[in-house]
Design a protein. Structure first.
Length: 96
């Protein structure tokens, strides 16, 4: 069963450009994963410090594998300093 995620990340202003490069790299790495069906990064038009991921994973096993990838774990460790708050993660079901 597919898993849909929306992840909202708020950068500290002084780290926005650096964080954006890291997030774009994360997109490239994640899209290479077999279970990744969609992995898109957006930036809020009204507040450029807010980044939004839209992700679709083939199944829970694929998402679990993604969450154990060294590049994702490194991202989590490195970016703590760059964020205003912890990322907000929504697991959603498509209804339309």
């Amino acid at each position: 069963m597919k898993i849909n995620l929306t992840v909202i990340i708020q950068s500290k202003s002084e780290y926005r450009a650096e964080l954006e490069l890291i997030l774009v790299n994360l997109v490239g790495q994640s899209r290479k994963e077999t279970a990744c069906l969609q992995y898109d990064l957006h930036q809020n038009s009204d507040d450029p410090n807010i980044f939004i991921f839209h992700e679709v994973w083939k199944n829970k096993e694929g998402l679990d594998l993604h969450n154990r990838q060294p590049y994702l774990l490194e991202f989590i460790q490195k970016t703590d300093l760059f964020l205003e708050e912890k990322p907000t993660i929504y697991k959603t079901s498509r209804i339309g």
